[in-house]
Design a protein around this ligand. Structure first.
Ligand SMILES: Cc1cc2nc3c(=O)[nH]c(=O)nc-3n(C[C@H](O)[C@H](O)[C@H](O)COP(=O)(O)OP(=O)(O)OC[C@H]3O[C@@H](n4cnc5c(N)ncnc54)[C@H](O)[C@@H]3O)c2cc1C
Length: 308
């Protein structure tokens, strides 16, 4: 189970233990949507999600959607996931939404066989729409970067991926990817990683994030500054102004349900803002990551629980 990197270690451990408890899982899975998961998840069905994507577009926001799920271990199950994503891509195109897809390679079978995940990606990218590959736990970073490079080498321009500022390796990964003029989303990192792999202190992660954002903005390709951290957002804006980085070269990205007013304020200031808007019945691990990022979210969830 992955939990956000911003809480005190003891509290994060407690959330971790609670999230893995069968009783908590069964209670939250049964009632979570009603209790507050709907703040972060755009429903359980594609129809519900499409309505949310349209509402975001109407507000001047772009969106991407993710069918929640990860860690698929059955080849037959990945076939179901790919077919469902084909339907998502067709619906987005048919409804002319300003939206794309972000997905996880372990949902497409990365843990079964890297070739299977690669083949599934080529099948989806063959439809022509842009797809971003999310970055998962550190054990999947090598394979994710490898698959991204291979897709680009094989001529797929409509693919992007993600780099996580908390990993010590990320500046090197960025240097190695920049010659490809990549489409990269920069995040702080959402998983609980050991201190020999990732910065444990938030202040260090924030400092690295600012440096990586500068490097991306002064390189080539497209940059998605994905954070709700206003200091880092303003830093990126200032840097882009001082270095005359055209606005088409970057965008801001935030999560559905997190800082919605900030999203709209940036749109009003003339910036492109994309809202990552996941949906689907398998929302439990996603919700736990969001709750783990902020103690206030736990209180919000707990309050809803006791209100009923
Ligand atoms: C579009 C997008 C895509 C992402 N994709 C990935 C990915 O592929 N891989 C990955 O590892 N991580 C991903 N993340 C998660 C990311 O790594 C962080 O865990 C998450 O964004 C929280 O960090 P922050 O940058 O907002 O900064 P923080 O310092 O955590 O937060 C800054 C401020 O934002 C607000 N805030 C932040 N999180 C929340 C929350 N959950 N609820 C309410 N308020 C909040 C608070 O006001 C907080 O003070 C993604 C995030 C975004 C926005």
């Amino acid at each position: 189970m992955a939990i956000g990197a911003q809480l005190e270690p003891a509290l994060r451990k407690a959330i971790l233990a609670a999230a893995d408890s069968r009783r908590v899982q069964s209670l939250v899975r049964r009632h979570g949507m009603r209790l507050g998961a709907a703040r972060f998840v755009a429903g359980e069905s594609l129809d519900e999600c499409i309505a949310v994507l349209r509402r975001l577009n109407d507000q001047g926001l772009h969106a991407n959607t993710t069918m929640l799920g990860e860690g698929v271990l059955e080849p037959g199950e990945t076939e179901r996931v790919v077919s469902a994503y084909e339907e998502v891509l067709d619906r987005i195109a048919a409804e002319e939404l300003r939206a794309n897809v972000a997905l996880k390679l372990t949902h497409l079978g990365l843990e079964i066989d890297e070739e299977l995940a690669y083949a599934n990606m080529t099948r989806l990218l063959g439809k022509g729409s842009f797809i971003r590959i999310d970055m998962e736990q550190s054990q999947f970073v090598d394979a994710t970067v490898r698959i991204y490079r291979r897709l680009r080498h094989d001529g797929f321009e409509n693919v992007g991926t993600v780099l996580q500022a908390y990993l010590y390796r990320t500046p090197d990964d960025l240097d190695s990817l920049l010659p490809l003029s990549p489409n990269l989303r920069l995040v702080k990192g959402a998983y609980l990683e050991p201190a020999d792999i990732a910065y444990p202190r938030k202040a260090d992660v924030d400092a690295v994030y600012a440096r990586l954002a500068e490097r991306m903005l002064s390189g080539t390709g497209h940059v998605a500054i994905a954070t709700h951290d206003e200091t880092l957002i303003e830093h990126a804006i200032r840097y882009s102004e001082e270095h005359v980085v055209p606005r088409e070269r970057f965008e801001f990205q935030m999560l559905y349900g997190v800082r919605p007013q900030l999203q709209l304020d940036l749109v009003r200031r003339g910036y492109k803002v994309l809202v990552a808007t996941p949906y689907g019945p398998e929302w439990y691990p996603y919700l736990m990551r969001r709750l783990g990022e902020r103690p206030a979210n736990l209180l919000f969830f707990a309050k809803n629980t006791f209100r009923r």
